[in-house]
Every structure is written in C-alpha cells, then in structure tokens.
Ligand binder design. Structure first.
Ligand code: ADP
Ligand code: MG
Length: 714
C-alpha cells in the first residue's frame, strides 16, 4: 500500500476500491450464510418468545450451536434494548469476551466499540452507543459497586454458567437479588425519587433475615424489570433451575458427528512428548482437518510451539504444511483472532489451547483433538490458608467436551493420552471453583456491595464454613476488615476498588507509605502476567547465563523490576532511533536473546498501565525508593507476611502460616543461595511443594511489620 502516484492513478484506485468492496460483500455474504446454518438459527422465534415470557430462562445447548454469538443479536433485533438499555453477556474468560465481541461486531457490520463492544479488566472498548456488551463476570461484579441495580441493563446473560467459576457463582447470587429488587420496585415502587440520589446499597437491618435471600438492596427508585438468561453447555440444567426457584430451561439442539476415541496403551511418562509425537502422527498419517491440543498453560503451549517449529525447520517438506497457532488468556488481543482464521490452502492448522477451547471459544475446522487429560486448577486448604495452582486430571465431563470439539463439522478423532481404564477413574464433573479457592476476594467484593452476612449469603453452592472463616481472618489480618467485620475505612474500601487479588491491593496501598509504589506497581504487573522468563529444556544453561545480567541476590521481585526497566528503556531508546514498527522487531530480538517472553512482558506493560490509572485515581502517592531496595523489601515483608518461610535443615523451608514444608522452585534466582528467611507469592504443587517468586527478608521484620500476626503467635 505505498503512496506511489501513477498517471492514471484515479482509475486504478477506483478499481482497487471496487475490488475491496467486492471482497467485503463476499465476506458479509459468507458470514450471513454461516449464521443461517447455525443450529440456533432455526429456533430464533421460539427462543425470543420464551425470553419474553420468562423473567429467568436457562438455555442449555451444545458448544458451537451459536448461543454466545447469536442470542444477543436475536434480542437486539427483538427490541430488548428499549430506552438505550444494554444487553450484557458475561464470560468467565477475557479471551472469550474479546474474541466473541469482535466476531459479533463483524457479523453486525459495525465497528467494535459502537453497538457491539466488550469490557474486561484492564481493557474497555464499550461506549455510550454500545447495546450488546460482552464482558467478564468479574467486571460486571465491579460495575455493581457503582450501580447496585445494574440499571443500564435490560437483559443480563450469564454465559458458560456450567464452568462454575467463583465469579460466575457470586454473580448469580447478586443477580438473583438485583432482579428481585428491580421487579419489586417496578410493581410497587414508590416512584422515582430524585431527591435522594444516594444509591448506597448497604443496609445492615436486613442482616438478620438474610437466611435464603440476598436482599441487601434498598428499594428507593423505580427500575424496569431485569431479564436474566443463564446459558450452559452442560446438559444438566437442574442445579440452575433449582437455584432460580424452578426457572424454565430450554434445550437447543446441537450438531454432533461421531468421534472415535483412542487411548494410549500405557500411562505416558511425559505427556508433552506424547502430545508432540501424536501431532506429527496425525499430520503425516491422517486426512485433512485441523488439530486441537489441550494443554495446561502458557508455558507448556509455548514450549510445544517451539518444539514443533524446530522440528519443522529440520524437515522442510513437513514445514510447508503445518501452521501452529496458540490461544491462551495472556495472548495479546491482536493475536487471539488468529485461531479462527482458516489455514492457508494445503496447510493444516494445529491449535495449542488451554481449556479456553473446551467450551468458551468455538473454533471451526477441527477434526482431531489431542487430550492429555490434564487441567490447571486452583485448590485451597482452609486449615492451612493456602491456595495453590495445580495440574490435575480433568473430569469426565471436561474430557467429553474436549472430544466433542472434533465432531462439530464431520466425524472426528480424539486421542486421549492416557489408558482407557484411567477414564473410568475420573470425577464425573468438576467441583465448583468456589469450593476450592481462597475466598478473601469474594468476601471483599460482597462486603463492598453491602452484603454483611457472608455465611448467610444465598450462594448457588455454599463454600465451607471453615473456608469463609479463614478468609475473613485473612482480610482482618490485612487490615481490610474492622473488629466488627465491616470494611475498614479507608484501607478496606481502597482494596475493594482495585481489581486485584487482595494481597496485591494491600501491597500497593502499603507501598505508597513505604515510598516505593513505582516499584510495587511493576511487581504486581509482572506477577499478574504468567511466565516472564522461559528456559527451553535444551538451552537451560544459556538461559541461566542470559538471566544473570538481571538477577538480583535479593530475589525474584527485584530481578523482575530490573527486567521491566531494561525492557522499557530499550523500547524507548529504539523507538526514538528507528520508529515504532522497527523497534517492535528489535524488541522481540532483544527478548529472545535474553530468554524473556515478549508476549508476557507486553501483557505486563498493559497491566501496569491500567493499574497505574487506578492508583492515580485513588490518589496514592507515586514515589520511587530509588536504589534503596531495603525499603522495598520491607514493604514486601509487610504485604506478604502470610507467605513467609524459614530455612530448615537440608535446604527445605517451612511456611510459617501453614506449617507446610516447601522447597524453592528451581526457576528462582534464590534457588542455589538458600537464604534464612523469604517471602513468596506462589505455591506450586507437583510431586513436591515448591514456592515461587521469592525475596530474601529479615525474620525480625515480620514481628515489626506484621505484629497483628507474628507478635501474637510468638
Ligand atoms: P456457542 O456459544 O453455542 O458455543 P458460538 O456462538 O460461540 O457457539 O459459536 C457459533 C459459531 O460461530 C461457531 O461455529 C464458531 O465457529 C463461530 N465463531 C465464533 N467466534 C468466531 C470468530 N471469532 N471467528 C470466526 N468464527 C467464529
Ligand atoms: Mg458459547
């Protein structure tokens, strides 16, 4: 697209224009056809009728039937957006919210951010013209802090409810009471009360009768009723129907072709290797069709991506036909849509995905699925107060969802990388996340929404009493709750405002007092992005050497700050020297040489920018401790005191709060050094318990800086 001038440029450019227009309308035609051929298209009228008739409707339909992309468009067409109201659709995953919004904007022929937009943590494209808004469930919960009645929505669709993430569960509880409050206000409302504009949702008088209703909303204004739609890909709608007082459930027929399932003869000692072998077996031995591989996280995906590409470079005849596309949560937005683009003719696409591709995003063209049978999941031990991320076997229903992805457009094959008898041993379905996670975030959110009685909250499935109490205790120790178990002012309110894990929010608030908020912002951003460093198995030594120039003897947090700063400086220097486009390339090279994951680092920069916005709004003082890293380390100790560990004989560590015996993860810069006392951010459980992201601290600081915990204990 150069700006060359030709003598007859006008006719050339109008030709080009016409060509573009033709291409454009071809694509629109194709999209229209695709939409019409979706299973859900034939039941549009029936669905819209049911939604009109029922204030709560549960829609169950197989993945790929068109629920997420089509139903909001049906509702827009059927005028559910009267008076400028919005249809909100929540997703448990940001990638799904973003990619689906882009797709639907294209289907509607509008620019993203106009009638169709999305809003996720750290990224918002919606505007006042947005009528269909895709968002994460967590984001809608945050909106409720400012607008407790969610008054701008006429319909809220909770999508992927079967996933039962914590945020989805809490959201359903909230929506149940918002809907009740809005319909009460509509039927016997006291009229609009413009005199009293406070929409404070907190009422303590209702605490006593909170048995099975979440009625913490004051009824002051008159609101239009709210329609609720719960969408699920699991065929069992009973749980939802019971929770929403016998709400009606409708089924949307999907299209499923037979899928042949293959198992390995023996357990695979190295499932990544097994996956790699299977990819090439399919590629070289099976007919056309794309491959979808389920992996547990970004790190695994990127390591397999490298291994495939290496093998392809070595054997050029294969390389001409295989295209690797990853999809995971932290993938930069402009790369996420690549999974949907058809492979160039003659190519086979191999998609490396996390469990995002189970039901959240439906990718066309898949004929082969490779399922190692694992998933990364949170688990929480209330007795120890420790949450950890572990790789665990999938449930049967997850395995079925995964294999189902191979039979969307024709018969397919699924290769499970475990022996058949293992399948029988899997749990039927996954335990809801709320029963296996630290609840301090949930509690903080509920308290901020005005729910005082957490134990009495009408959860779709109640977390254990022990877990609630442990998390309350943790919030109290962080200073977010008062002795009466109310949000403290200002710390509790400030913590609730930040869209971060409560300990990270606390770290930022403390950092402004320790004059190291600049450093802590970088820390929190880097910790929120997964796997900044990578160490390919065959290049371990090289990567260690590369990292040496950044590594700090004080630990991983300062190392991360150094990397972040080196990256920002390099970027700034290069973009002045060579312009933005070229500097991006130089940057990728720089990252590669230093064994730094440029995707993750860009993600961290994004997060940094967004949190910076939040703390500025809150008026926290943005100072840097300069070279005085002592203050910064003391601030880490004051923030993460619940995750402190002291050295034991033989290089083991004892986590002080939980009493667990842990080891330093080999990726830590302190792995060899083994300091006496450390704080850590993450516990990973494989065969051993490892702690990651560590900084050396002085044991005595704990008693000085967290007396509420350590002075009492000792
Ligand atoms: P469901 O929510 O029932 O699983 P979706 O509405 O997500 O179904 O998907 C319907 C169809 O739209 C699928 O066939 C899928 O392949 C297609 N689709 C969804 N998102 C995109 C996209 N970004 N690009 C191309 N096709 C898409
Ligand atoms: Mg969907």
């Amino acid at each position: 697209h150069g700006n060359h001038h030709y003598p007859n440029s006008s006719s050339k450019s109008s030709n080009a224009n016409r060509n573009r227009q033709n291409q454009f309308s071809d694509r629109r035609q194709k999209i229209l056809q695709q939409r019409k051929s979706l299973p859900i298209a034939s039941v549009e009228k029936r669905l819209v009728d049911e939604i009109r008739k029922n204030d709560i409707l549960i829609i169950v339909g197989e993945t790929g039937s068109g629920k997420t992309t089509q139903i909001p468009q049906f509702l827009l067409g059927a005028k559910f957006c009267h008076d400028g109201k919005v249809i909100g659709i929540t997703q448990p995953r940001r990638v799904a919210a973003v990619t689906v919004a882009k797709r639907v904007a294209e289907e509607c022929g509008v620019e993203l951010g106009q009638e169709v937009g999305y809003s996720v943590r750290f990224d918002d494209t919606s505007s006042s013209s947005t009528r269909i808004k895709y968002m994460t469930d967590g984001l809608l919960l945050r909106e409720a802090l400012l607008d407790p009645y969610l008054s701008k929505y006429s319909v809220i669709i909770v999508d992927e409810a079967h996933e039962r993430t914590v945020q989805t569960d809490v959201l359903m509880g909230l929506l149940k009471s918002v809907q009740l409050a809005r319909s009460n206000s509509a039927s016997h409302g006291q009229g609009l009360n413009f005199g009293n504009k406070s929409v404070n949702s907190v009422t303590s008088s209702e605490k006593e009768n909170s048995g099975q209703s979440n009625s913490f909303l004051k009824k002051e204004h008159q609101y239009a009723p709210l329609k609720l739609i719960i969408m699920s890909a699991s065929l069992d709608a009973r749980t939802f129907s019971e929770y929403f007082c016998g709400a009606k459930a409708v089924h949307v027929q999907g299209r499923q072709f037979p899928v042949d399932i293959f198992y390995t003869r023996h357990a695979e000692p190295d499932y990544l290797d097994a996956a790699l072998i299977t990819i090439f077996q399919i590629h070289l031995g099976e007919g056309p069709g794309d491959i979808l591989v389920f992996l547990t996280g970004q790190e695994e995906i990127e390591s397999i991506e490298r291994l495939i590409n290496e093998r392809l470079t070595k054997s050029p005849q294969e390389s001409q036909k295989l295209l690797v596309v990853p999809i995971f949560a932290a993938l930069p937005a402009e790369q996420q849509l690549r999974v949907f683009a058809p492979a160039p003719s003659g190519f086979r696409k191999v998609i490396l995905a996390t469990n995002i591709a189970e039901t959240s995003v439906t990718i066309p063209g898949i004929k082969y699925v490779i399922d190692p049978g694992l998933v990364k999941a949170r688990s929480y031990d209330p007795a120890k107060g420790m949450e950890s991320l572990n790789v665990v076997p999938t449930s049967k229903s997850q395995a079925l969802q995964r294999s189902g992805r191979a039979g969307r457009e024709g018969p397919g094959k699924c290769f499970r990388l475990y022996p058949e008898n293992e399948f029988g041993k899997l749990e039927d379905s996954t335990k809801p996340e709320i029963k296996r996670c630290n609840l301090s975030n949930v509690i903080l959110q509920l308290k901020a929404l005005g729910v005082d009685d957490i134990l009495g909250f009408d959860f779709i499935e109640k977390p254990s009493r022990a877990a609630i109490i442990k998390s309350l205790e943790q919030l109290f120790l962080l200073g977010a709750l008062t002795d009466e178990c109310r949000l403290s002012d200002p710390v509790g309110y400030q913590m609730a405002r930040l869209p971060l894990d409560p300990v990270y929010s606390k770290a930022l608030i403390l950092a402004s007092q320790f004059n190291c908020l600049e450093e802590m912002l970088i820390t929190v951003a880097m910790l929120s992005a997964e796997s900044i460093f990578y160490a390919p198995r065959d290049k371990l030594d090289e990567s260690r050497t590369a990292m040496k120039s950044f590594s700090s003897p004080e630990g991983d947090h300062i190392t991360m700050i150094k990397v972040y700063r080196a990256y920002s400086e390099f970027l700034e220097k290069k973009s002045i020297e060579m312009g933005k486009a070229k500097s991006e390339k130089a940057l990728r090279k720089w990252c590669k040489e230093n064994f730094i994951n440029s995707r993750s680092l860009r993600h961290a920069c994004d997060i940094h920018r967004q949190i910076l916005g939040h703390v500025q709004q809150m008026g926290l003082s943005l100072a840097s401790c300069g070279d005085d890293m002592l203050e910064y380390r003391r601030c880490l100790a004051a923030s993460f005191f619940l995750n402190a560990a002291v050295k034991q004989p033989e290089g083991m560590y004892r986590a002080l709060a939980s009493g667990q015996v842990v080891q330093i993860h080999p990726s830590s810069v302190l792995f060899r050094q083994k300091p006496e006392c450390v704080i850590f951010n993450e516990l990973v459980q494989t065969n051993n318990k490892y702690v990651r992201n560590l900084t050396r601290i002085d044991y005595l600081w704990l008693m000085e800086l967290a007396p509420q915990y350590y002075a009492v204990q000792n």
